[in-house]
Design a protein around this ligand. Sequence first.
Ligand code: TYD
Length: 149
Amino acid sequence: MSTKPTPNNAADCGLVQLPRIEDPRGNLTFIEGGRHIPFDIRRVYYLYDVPGGADRGGHAHKQLRQLIVAASGSFDVTVDDGRTRRCFHLDRAFLGLYVPPMHWRELTNFSSGSICLVLASAPYDETDYLRDYPGFLAAVGSDRWTFRS
Ligand code: TYD
């Protein structure tokens, strides 16, 4: 897989409303790659048993696209494209946060017992990560950012 960065304006970062089948026996949400999210699903992983006060993320991806869902509980995701920083509180299993390539993300404030489900467009590839924030800013050609809530 090529690790050339993809321009970060290829598709907008933001919340995606997922289908919800309400049922007195319990609700159901489904996600089809290419239909509800703008990529084919090549990998699924999830974070769980996150200790109180722990943070995850702290990196960007050169090409990977992801949908992040609070399958249970809640947490915050701060997404930064090098110019604008936005914070999303995820607490509904029918809402996903689409994160395009070249967006720095930080996951914080995990509630007890929360589960962070992530759908990804490619298999795990460490060379696709940018784990150094100044290096990320240099890669997107930015030296400043603003905050949007
Ligand atoms: P990382 O992506 O840094 O975690 P997060 O962003 O959720 O805080 O991954 C943590 C470790 O897990 C790292 O050593 C790589 C490994 N890992 C895999 O082996 N496969 C995967 O699909 C993922 C997401 C991580």
